[in-house]
Design a protein around this ligand. Structure first.
Ligand code: ZN
Length: 196
């Protein structure tokens, strides 16, 4: 039986043979043409489903993903990605997309620790990150609430300019339906009114 790496290489060989010429004539820029960054969950059900469902194609957006579309600190990898996206790649809007039935909402710190220890992770190593890890896992109770919190954190982040619209959306991974939690245009309008 082929292992995953062999499967990927074999598939890729055929893929390049069939599609290289087509892509060579249609190369998008690394600058996202819709000036958009999407921040969403790493859930497998979103693969090849979320972007087609919202009409985003290759070359149009930066896509940042992690477990539960969570922010884990003031200069976490996601914030760094936003900074590069905004200041180097012209992103003017950020869309945070949570989804129904997010696995992170069911995860608890004791359960995670039990699994990690049973796989040989050192209790000493866990002790060193206990608070950070526990806070991250236990704070995620509800995906909608998380989207609201994440949008607020991005909006209030001192390294994110106030003219960037930050939207919060929820996605149904079964039907593909999208719902608005926070319309970022309202917030930008408010800021302009306050500044004016
Ligand atoms: Zn998720």
């Amino acid at each position: 039986m082929m292992r995953i790496l062999e499967e990927m290489l074999s598939f890729n060989h055929e893929f390049v043979k069939k599609t290289a010429k087509r892509f060579a004539h249609n190369l998008p820029s690394k600058i996202p043409s819709r000036e958009l960054a999407i921040f969403t969950c790493m859930d497998t059900r979103l693969v090849n489903f979320l972007l087609p469902a919202i009409g985003v194609k290759r070359g149009e957006a930066k896509v940042i993903q992690n477990a539960g579309n969570t922010l884990s600190g003031p200069l976490c990898a996601t914030i760094r990605s936003f900074i590069v996206s905004i200041f180097e790649l012209g992103v003017k809007e950020i869309v945070v997309i949570g989804h129904l039935d997010c696995g992170l909402s069911k995860l608890t710190y004791p359960h995670l620790v039990e699994k990690m220890i049973s796989r040989g992770i050192s209790p000493h190593a866990l002790k060193m990150v206990e608070k950070e890890l526990a806070d991250w896992v236990d704070q995620f109770q509800d995906p909608v609430h998380n989207v609201i919190e994440v949008v607020e954190k991005i909006r209030n982040h001192p390294l994110i300019p106030k003219d960037v619209s930050v939207h919060g959306l929820m996605f149904n991974p079964y039907t593909g339906q999208l719902g608005v939690v926070i319309d970022g245009y309202d917030a930008v309008t408010d800021i302009e009114v306050v500044n004016g």
